[in-house]
Design a protein around this ligand. Structure first.
Ligand code: UTP
Length: 295
């Protein structure tokens, strides 16, 4: 294996999905249906796995709550019942075989206690080992503006810069309280950024003082798009935060460890040529249902 070859992707899906309560009391948000460009209804997690595979990823680790494992296994590791299979259209029978192939690339990893996104990523440490890996949020799906998929664009940048890469998109100040935000210095205007700071859910005042990026409109900031290419060094910082019980809003977050990684090894930001669709809130999910199909 080449030193900087990326083979593995991690997708944490062990959260409670409180913002989609009570739907998430019975269905994990990562299993909510969306409709893709081909008009096929599929659970969000499948669109995310497909995004990873499109970038040449060959192994996918999905971090689940122990008692959700079975339902994800039913979807990803078991063929449909014979009675169902024979009723499917030829196209859906073929898709079902393709799903079995996807399933063979998947490993389930457990997060016993729901201690936050950063903690869920840490649960993948032993599986990832000492390799760079693609990290993907479990409630975002993507559509590229160009031939290459969004994840594939990220891997290309990683190959060029050979350090961790976070995907970025521009967002208005009013919604910064929902996003991870970054600042830095353009290496290539509006495309590649040397990241100098990452900050989770800043207030507008904080962002205006500390997170402005040269050349961007007053009301625009760079926010994390939901895909990350990370050096395994991230696990050292997550371990430190967990061992020292350094929580934010009661949970172990990823962004503060990313900021440490940035100070120690450097992080490149990349403004993805594409769109990211959030499925984690009622109205963003509703909009994703409409826009993902038509993109
Ligand atoms: P979110 O920040 O969206 O948290 O997690 P959540 O619990 O799923 O949803 P809300 O905020 O309560 O509505 C980002 C990703 O990290 C996973 C989630 O499943 C989601 O894909 N996650 C979060 C975990 O795997 N474990 C956790 O303890 C928290």
């Amino acid at each position: 294996m080449q030193k900087n070859q990326v083979r593995k992707a991690v997708i944490p899906v062990a959260g409670f999905g409180t913002r989609l309560f009570p739907a998430t009391k019975v269905v994990k948000k990562e299993l909510f249906p969306i409709i893709d460009r081909d008009g096929r209804a599929k659970p969000v997690i499948i669109a995310i796995i497909e995004e990873a595979i499109s970038a040449g990823i060959t192994e996918v680790g999905i971090v689940v709550q122990p008692h959700d494992r079975e339902i994800f296994e039913d979807l990803l590791k078991k063929p449909p019942k014979k009675e169902l299979l024979k009723k499917l259209s030829p196209q859906n029978q073929e898709y079902s075989r393709y799903l079995e192939d996807l399933g063979s690339k998947i490993t389930f990893l457990l997060q016993e206690e729901q201690l936050g996104y950063g903690h869920a990523v840490f649960c993948a440490k032993d599986w990832v080992q000492d390799e760079p890996f693609l990290l993907m949020l479990g409630d975002h799906v993507y559509a590229s503006d160009i031939q290459k998929s969004c994840a594939s664009q990220l891997l290309d940048v990683y190959e060029q810069v050979n350090q961790s890469v976070v995907s970025l998109t521009t967002k208005p100040a009013e919604i910064l309280h929902t996003a991870g935000c970054v600042t830095g210095v353009w290496q290539k205007l509006n495309s590649i950024l040397e990241v100098t700071q990452l900050y989770e859910k800043p207030t507008i005042e904080y962002a205006q003082q500390h997170l402005r990026v040269e050349g961007m409109a007053d009301n625009d900031f760079l926010c994390i798009f939901g895909l990350y290419l990370l050096s395994p060094k991230i696990f050292d910082f997550l371990a430190e935060h967990i061992n020292q019980n350094l929580r934010e809003r009661g949970e172990f977050q990823l962004t503060s460890s990313l900021d440490r990684l940035c100070q120690e090894e450097g992080i490149t930001g990349y403004v993805v040529k594409g769109k990211c669709f959030d499925t984690g809130l009622p109205d963003t999910y509703r909009q994703t249902m409409i826009d993902f199909r038509n993109f």
